[in-house]
Design a protein around this ligand. Sequence first.
Ligand code: GTP
Ligand code: MG
Length: 284
Amino acid sequence: MPRFAQLVMGPAGSGKSTYCSTMVQHCAAINRSVQVVNLDPAAEFFNYPLMADIRELIEVDDVMEDDSLRFGPNGGLVFCMEYFANNFDWLEDCLGHVEDDYILFDCPGQIELYTHLPVMKQLVEQLQQWEFRVCGVFLVDSQFMVESFKFISGVLAALSAMISLEIPQINIMTKMDLLSKKAKTEIEKYLDPDMYSVIEDSANILKSTMFKKLTKAICGLIDDYSMVRFLPYDHSDEESINIVLQHIDFAIQYGEDLEFKEPKENEEDKPATLDEYFQDQVDE
Ligand SMILES: Nc1nc2c(ncn2[C@@H]2O[C@H](COP(=O)(O)OP(=O)(O)OP(=O)(O)O)[C@@H](O)[C@H]2O)c(=O)[nH]1
Ligand SMILES: [Mg+2]
């Protein structure tokens, strides 16, 4: 029986922890069991129940206060994540083996974790060895995506995570509720981007021919592979949460080989057949 995981990634403050907590609530409402593991050694507050917490293994504050290490906050986080990568057996103990496991990993916001450090890739490989089907969920704040240049750098950040992890990845623009009406119409063209219109937009702003050419080449490359699309996400809109979940389920084929489970109902009230069930509905 496969197990399922979402690796919730993205720049600092993009809404990863909020996403995890709304996803847990949404899944509870539709009767699906989802658990969250905190992988941010600097996190302080959560509004979701934790299945496991990396701070039980190592905390950034301890690393920074250690006289022999003397790290700052970012170096401290990198040290913690490397320590984590050397102690995956801690995670294995925490995860145990629950039937139909579905786990969200709330990752830290340091972008270098998704660009050139090996720890996330090592985590993916380890999860795959434990029979997890892993989907990357890359979040970017929609407020930082409304202009062509910001959009290009957001796409490149999402792409570098995709390339380094080699797993299916769903990209999400968060905080759609914070956009003005004008920005909302503006952003629609960036969700399923036509890179040639992005080139035109940026050409009007750029003065240097050299950078115009570079932007054109980058946009052309993104368009050729058409690998980057974004789903809009608003944590207060059930429909947007549902659409995101459906895309992720599809990417990791969740539900295809689940065993059918009887709903937990009072045996006496339970209709014996589907026909009886529909008849009950009509009678009511
Ligand atoms: N309005 C609005 N605010 C949001 C949304 N998602 C997140 N936020 C807010 O954005 C801020 C940052 O959200 P977090 O979920 O902590 O972001 P994070 O990516 O976990 O941040 P780090 O772990 O520090 O990298 C919080 O104040 C959230 O309430 C959203 O969809 N809409
Ligand atoms: Mg967080």
